[in-house]
Each structure stands twice: as C-alpha cells, then as structure tokens.
Design a protein around this ligand. Structure first.
Ligand SMILES: Cc1cc2nc3c(=O)[nH]c(=O)nc-3n(C[C@H](O)[C@H](O)[C@H](O)COP(=O)(O)OP(=O)(O)OC[C@H]3O[C@@H](n4cnc5c(N)ncnc54)[C@H](O)[C@@H]3O)c2cc1C
Ligand code: SF4
Length: 447
C-alpha cells in the first residue's frame, strides 16, 4: 500500500501526483510502435469512439513521422493529446488490441498518442488550414472538450466561431475535474492554445450564458448555436447533516485541488461516498494529499460499482479502503463533520434493503460526495423549444438535452453534445459527438 506524506510544496505535490502514464521518450516510442501488427480491420480503431486510424499513426511514429502521426490523430479527434493521457484505454483501444487475446501486454496506444501530439504542440507545428469562409457565424457555449472540438471542426468547415466560456480558463473538466496524475493544467491548456493558433476562433472568458436574454441575443447575432456546457455541481444526498463544515462535493474538491495544488486543505480521516469514477478519483487524490485514512463507502457490492475496476484498483493501491453494502443515513457533527452514520444493506430480489438495527458510525473529519453531477436544467429550460429528457426510468437521465442523430435539438437553430447530452461519459465521447454535431450544423447552414 502506498503511503503519501502531506505535500507542503509544489515539488512535493508534483511527486505525489506523478503522471500515471508518463510521456514516452523517442526510443521507447520507437520500440513500442515496432510491436504493432498493423492489423487489417483493426479492433483498436473500432473500440475508439472517435475512430482514430490507430495502426496508421503508430506506423507513422515508427517511421519517425511524428507530425504525420499527430495529423492522423487530430483528423479524427481534436482532443488527441488530452485523450492520449486521460482516456480509459484499458476499456477502449488497448482493451481491444489483439495482443490481449494471447495474454500479451497490449500496445500502449494512449502513451504513443500523447507522444506524437506533444511534439506538434511543443513545436507549434502548423498542420491545419481553415476552410473557405462561408459567411456564417456559429456561437459555441462552453470551452470544454465538446465546445473546443466543435469550434475546430466548424473552422475547418469555413464557419466563423465565437466561444463563450463561464470560467477564466478553457478545457472544462480537463482542467477542473480530471485527476492531475492523468493530465496537468499545462498539458490541457497547451493543447487548447495550439488548436486556437491553428484555427483562430475567439474564446470569450468569464462570459457565462446565463438566461433568456443571453440566448435571445445569441439567436439574433449567430446563424446557429452549439451547446457544450457539460453538467452542473455535485448532487446532494438529501440526508441530515450535509451542510456541516467538511462535507464537500467530490467534483468541487477536485476543482480546488487542481487550482491550489498542495495548498488545498485535506482531512485526516476522509470518507468518500459513491461507487463511480469520480468517487475513485477523489479517493486516490485524498490519499495523495496525505490523508491518514480514506474510506470509499458504497451502498451495493463491489461488482455493481459504476467505476472501472482499474480506477478502484488504483484507489486501493494509493491507500484507500472500501466499505460495501452501506447507506449513509446521517452526517454527524457539531458544526463540523465528525462522522457518518451508516446502515448496512442486504440484496433482495435485485434491490437493496436496509438491515434494521445495523446502524454504525464511522469517524471522519471530511466527507467527499461522489454522488454524481446534476444537470443544468434551470438554464436549459430558458432556451425556447429545447427539449430535455423528462420521463426516463433512469433517474440520472432527467435533464439531458434531447437531440436527433445530427445532435440537433428540438429548436433547429440549437445543436448540443458532450456531457450535457450523454449525461456524463468521457472526454473522447464529448469530442466524437461534437464533431458529428458540427456536421449537423453545416448541413443546417447550407439549407
Ligand atoms: C471528477 C471527474 C473526473 C473525470 N475523469 C475523466 C478521465 O479520467 N477521463 C475521461 O476521459 N473523462 C473523465 N471525466 C469526464 C470528462 O471530463 C467529461 O466527460 C468531459 O469533460 C465532457 O466535456 P464537455 O465539454 O461536455 O463538458 P465540460 O468538460 O464540463 O465543459 C463544459 C464547459 O462549459 C462551461 N460552461 C458551463 N455552463 C456554461 C454557461 N452557462 N455559459 C458558458 N460556459 C458554460 C464550463 O465552464 C466548461 O468549461 C471526468 C469527469 C469528472 C467529473
Ligand atoms: S489491435 Fe493492437 S496490434 Fe493490432 S493495429 Fe491495433 S494496436 Fe496494433
């Protein structure tokens, strides 16, 4: 089990948050790319939501054509560098690599992708030209992976683009959510800077689109509007004591961590509530911040957790422990949190049932809620004609923007993609959907 000392300097923070997949050297990339079999009908391509031509870019790396490799990657995925670092490759391309059939380590596709794209970003290599000016203008709301991907593709198609971003920096959850041992702020921002240099779209920072008047103005000033606003803040659990000091949304904690690094306060005994990837990240990060004990508490068994098994394994290796089949019923404390009261559960006909009299208290001084993000329903209800998911049987679906196969909403002038549409998946899905949406916009503008 790893043991981390509380970081007190930037150098100690960097040591604890050492990259999970460090950049390859040229020699490493050469040898790793030599292992690729350049399969016909390569399963790794089919497993990538953006359909990157993986064998081609690996061959290009192998023949020392890294610029060509980066072009192959960006032709399919504008978040090529971020995805090389943050994609759950174990579940996608690398999980599908033919080597896994023979129990041989799959090709390290993510690290090769990061290697090729890092070089063009660092050297500011010009790889793309914008399309011939169409005279049309598109407003993009949100500068996250979906919004930035849409902006790049729209510029390739020759449309003028203005991006409106609520925060001071672009990149969305790549800067404010993803664990820093996967992608640093510099890596995320350098890629966006590179793309902005290639395509020259404007990003207006600290400009949230916040109500009906803003939407009306955009409708007047632009020919089409792309919504890439992601999700909202952490959902509450609805149990007594959630307002106590020391109870924080996991996402909000990660955002603070990504901004203040070692200056972010951490409890000595942390309980993370939830079984999804955000909960696992929050647990791994709490360990790296030097918490003495970190417990992940989930109401069902390990096999039912939404998190990828490799993320749970990482949290355990980082020092976290897990409590399964427990539901939090109250957050205890007097002003500040001192513990969480749980009740044990048993499975009954696919559902969970509380076991009467099984309550117990687990002591802690910090609770991180990994309970998922809410949707931005209040804001989206102000866009006339944009329909939101209402009657899904899956509670999590409520408030997602409803789109057709071209990612067009019920109001034909508005298109949407990314977390706001899919309910929260991965960066690569936001990039893939945004690209499709822009082709929908292009068709709409040509009509
Ligand atoms: C804690 C956490 C860890 C994650 N880790 C991973 C990972 O390791 N790998 C992975 O692939 N994915 C990961 N994800 C998921 C991934 O980050 C998202 O799927 C992806 O960022 C979605 O992109 P998006 O552009 O749709 O939304 P976002 O990234 O949320 O971007 C939305 C942007 O819109 C802006 N915005 C919001 N409202 C407004 C408004 N009203 N006006 C203007 N701008 C607005 C926001 O400030 C933001 O910049 C993680 C998510 C979380 C929460
Ligand atoms: S499946 Fe593996 S070996 Fe085959 S092309 Fe893809 S990365 Fe190369």
């Amino acid at each position: 089990m790893a043991e981390y000392k509380k970081p007190t300097t930037e150098a100690e923070f960097a040591k604890n948050f050492h990259p999970k997949k460090p950049l390859m050297t040229d020699t490493e990339a050469y040898y790793e790319s030599s292992r690729c079999l350049y399969c016909y009908d390569a399963p790794c391509i089919n497993a990538c939501p953006t359909g990157i031509d993986i064998p081609t870019f690996i061959r290009q790396i192998n023949s020392d054509n890294k610029d060509g490799a980066a072009k192959t990657i960006y032709d399919s995925n504008w978040m090529g560098h971020a995805c090389g670092n943050v994609c759950p490759t174990e579940e996608l391309c690398e999980g599908a690599c033919v080597y896994t059939n023979s129990d041989v380590k799959p090709i390290e596709i993510g690290r090769l992708q990061a290697h090729a794209t890092e070089k063009v970003i660092r050297t500011k290599k010009k790889l793309f030209r914008t399309g011939k000016d169409t005279g049309k203008k598109v407003a993009v709301i949100g500068a996250g992976p979906a919004g930035i991907s849409a902006a790049c593709e729209l510029r390739m198609l020759g449309h003028a683009v203005d991006v409106f971003e609520a925060k001071a920096k672009p990149s969305g959850l790549c800067v404010y959510g993803v664990a820093p041992y996967k992608l640093t702020n510099e890596q995320a921002l350098d890629e966006i800077g590179y793309l902005q240099d290639q395509f020259g779209f404007n990003v207006h920072y600290n400009k949230p689109v916040s109500g009906r008047a803003d939407f009306d103005k955009l409708e007047k000033d632009y020919d089409a509007i792309f919504i890439g606003i992601g999700l909202g803040t952490t959902s509450s659990l609805g149990i007594p004591g959630e307002d106590k000091q020391g109870v924080i949304g996991a996402l909000e904690y990660v955002e603070e961590l990504r901004t203040k690094h070692h200056k972010t306060p951490i409890g000595n005994n942390v309980i993370v509530l939830g079984g999804g990837n955000t909960a696992m990240d929050a647990a791994s990060e709490s360990c790296r911040m030097g918490a003495e004990s970190v417990i992940i508490a989930y109401r069902r068994g390990p096999e039912e957790m939404g998190a990828y098994s490799f993320e749970f394994d990482l949290a355990k290796k980082s020092g976290a422990k897990a409590l399964f089949n427990v539901t939090p019923v109250e957050i205890m404390g007097n002003g500040s949190v001192t513990g969480v009261k749980f009740i044990r559960n048993k499975a009954a006909y696919g559902k969970i049932e509380a076991i009467p009299g099984s309550e117990f208290v687990e002591i802690c001084d910090m609770v991180l809620l990994g309970t998922g993000q809410g949707k931005q329903v209040e804001l989206l209800e102000q866009v006339s004609g944009v329909k939101l998911e209402q009657k899904s049987r899956i509670l999590d679906d409520r408030g997602r923007i409803v789109v057709n196969e071209h990612y067009q909403t019920n109001n034909p002038k508005y298109f949407a993609a990314g977390d706001a549409v899919n309910g929260g998946v991965e960066v690569v899905n936001a990039a893939a959907e945004a690209k499709k949406a822009t082709h929908g916009i292009d068709q709409y503008l040509k009509k």
